[in-house]
Design a protein around this ligand. Structure first.
Ligand code: PLP
Length: 223
């Protein structure tokens, strides 16, 4: 079993292109691995369809695939923790797979809360609500891309280097900036800027006012 993030990798922010996905798929096929795809940020990277492309390609190529698709982020219902587990298998193994899923369901929660799933169902069964949701999700995605581009531009200006250009090419909510733990400590102590010790930041937590402040502080601690 190989666990993969379908798009917008958390924590790194790296996003494989089609060629890289093909290489990963070839490697898994050679090793006889079962892909387990965690798709938690569909719609946050290059769009709803584009973000599912790698998952679909792998589902087409492998006889057995597990896909955990989350709605927590792309429907803005994080505290409902809503999603779906899809198990793809050959028809002859359907009963075994269903039996295992039933067992795991019983062991884990038996009857999970239904509120988030009902909200998602209501939206996806109504074309007007679905169109609204897609438009809002696209706005969120574009906002994150703009923040990525402005942060990369500000960092280029402030550090006078292309070291952080990758921030604009990353996708999704997160990027790991590649700062040392000591530099993260200085950002916290001297600039009041907090991030995970591995220098992962949440791009969606920034705004037009805070991007230049962050870039200037990073330039100072890395300069
Ligand atoms: C890659 C990834 N998968 C899954 C989850 C959790 O998804 P859910 O809210 O559906 O449990 C997260 C974050 O919350 C995540 O970053």
């Amino acid at each position: 079993m190989v666990l993969l993030h379908g798009c917008c990798h958390n924590p790194t922010g790296a996003n494989l292109d089609a060629g890289q996905w093909a290489e990963v798929a070839a490697l898994m096929a050679a090793r006889g691995a079962v892909p387990f795809i965690d798709l938690a940020y569909q719609g946050f990277g290059d769009g709803l369809e584009a973000d599912a492309a790698a998952t679909r390609a792998i589902a087409d190529q492998f006889p057995e695939v597990l896909i955990a698709a989350s709605c927590s982020k792309n429907f803005g219902i994080y505290r409902e923790r809503t999603g779906i587990l899809i198990a793809l298998t050959e028809r002859s193994r359907k009963d075994v797979v269903q039996g295992n899923l039933n067992f795991l369901n019983r062991q884990n929660y038996s009857f999970p809360p239904d509120h988030g799933a009902r909200l998602v169902t209501m939206i996806l069964e109504d074309p007007v609500l679905t169109a609204d949701w897609k438009a809002e999700l696209e706005e969120v995605r574009q906002n994150m891309l703009t923040l990525r581009r402005t942060l990369a531009d500000e960092l280029r200006r402030a550090t006078n280097s292309d070291r952080f250009d990758f921030v604009a090419h990353h996708r999704g909510m997160f990027s790991r900036l590649g700062l040392t733990e000591a530099e993260v400590d200085v950002l916290r102590q001297d600039h009041g800027i907090y991030m995970v010790s591995d220098s992962r930041i949440n791009i969606a937590g920034l705004n037009a006012r805070t991007v230049p402040v962050l870039a200037a502080a990073i330039a100072k601690v890395t300069g």
